[in-house]
Write a protein that binds this ligand. Sequence first.
Ligand SMILES: Cc1cc2nc3c(=O)[nH]c(=O)nc-3n(C[C@H](O)[C@H](O)[C@H](O)COP(=O)(O)OP(=O)(O)OC[C@H]3O[C@@H](n4cnc5c(N)ncnc54)[C@H](O)[C@@H]3O)c2cc1C
Length: 482
Amino acid sequence: MPQCAPAHAIQSQVFLNISSSPSDSSSAIAPGSTRAARRVVVIGGGPAGLMAAEALSAAGSGVSVQLYDAMPSVGRKFLLAGKGGLNLTHSEEFEPFMSRYGERKPALQPLVAAFGPPQLRDWAAALGVETFIGSSGRVFPKDMKAAPLLRAWLHRLRASGVQFFMRHRWLGWADDGALRFAAPSGEVLVQADAVVLALGGGSWARLGSDGAWVPLLAERGVPVAPLVPSNCGFDVGAASQAEAHPQGETRREFFRELVGKGASATGWSEYFASKFAGQPFKSVAISFTDSQGRSFNRKGEFVATATGVEGSLIYAASSLLRDEIAAQGSATFLLDLLPGKSPEQVLVEVRHPRGSRSLSSHLKSRLSLDGIKAAMLHEKLGKEDINDPVKLAHAIKGLPVTVIAARPIDEAISTAGGVPFEGMNADLQLYLPKALPGGNGTPVFCAGEMLDWEAPTGGYLLTACMASGRVAGQGVLKHFGL
Ligand SMILES: Cc1cc2nc3c(=O)[nH]c(=O)nc-3n(C[C@H](O)[C@H](O)[C@H](O)COP(=O)(O)OP(=O)(O)OC[C@H]3O[C@@H](n4cnc5c(N)ncnc54)[C@H](O)[C@@H]3O)c2cc1C
């Protein structure tokens, strides 16, 4: 993090020429205009902040848009998303699309109705990036890359007058209400007529989204839900051990105690972890019902890690698993290793006489169960159970896998928590319960992943980030009657 200049040095620091006082705002007066442009500062140059800047720049000379970011360049997480093909949005109908936002559907619905999948695809096309619908219904740029889209977008934003200030880390507000930034030259104070915060969530801190903004808002009295991992992996625990935990003790505590007693930190045996970490479970299904009766049931694939599980199918169930762990100390899902076969079919094949063949070759030849799937059965079943055809068939169709902790937030694809919609108006303007120091009443808007919502992967994240950035930018214009 850049060092702040000592307080005595701040006065002699470069103050960006964007004061809120009309009398010294000559740089913000558009040529030929008689009225000072409104100075709007966007902080955070991810897709949400860039979209806010774009919406603001539509007002032409009416606003002067300055975008600040802590990193040397904008859109770093967006570029990382491009490594996975840049799943921009999803082609499904509006209703099922909106259902992916769960409890936050009502809050996000008007935003996504105004700028949803069709609009996002048109927007990309206007930047010269055609999109296509993949076999899963997900929408990607034809070249599956983020860089050309970001490049064209930044070019257009610059052409429309948006100014970029990189390596400026927002530190909160000064006593007179100015925005404080740590810049390479020292601390910089910036006055603005309005602010859009688009600071991202709390994962992948090395790309800029470190969640360090949470206390900055909290100390102004803005309620912020704690950031927690979403679309994340989990550490597993051993189901048999979990069942044996003493009454009144959470499973997590129980596992921790076990770890202290020299047991493995996770439920994988050393053999399984060393041989199968990184390998995928393909064409499987998982089902899970939490203690409140909420269910998840889906086919797909995921990956074993050294300590647990991750990958698309796990991410899709991650909010339920995470919340259940928080409430109960652990969550146990059922893994169906052969979703294409009924329990009866599996039992028939397991019972088929195997003669002198080993169980492994029997399972491989009758049910194509080998590799990590067969290893998982050995991992989870005792010798007795694996040799009992009924128990084995039962396990193949529903092997209990207990997860005891979400992986650290920094590893997650996205985060849940953040600024709740209840703390903002429909234009995403914060109700600041405590006036800013200096009492200048500068309106503050928020957008993107820093808002309290979550969604699975599938293009829902970028869509809502961009839709909310657009609403925040337009909200500023509305606020000024522009
Ligand atoms: C590996 C990976 C793959 C992904 N793939 C997809 C995908 O295919 N489809 C999809 O929909 N989503 C995907 N996502 C999620 C998506 O990238 C994010 O949801 C999205 O980038 C969030 O946008 P944002 O603008 O809200 O925040 P961010 O993109 O996180 O941007 C926030 C910006 O704010 C800046 N910032 C933070 N704090 C400060 C501060 N104090 N001062 C100044 N600047 C600050 C940061 O430097 C950063 O540039 C993926 C995420 C990951 C990690």
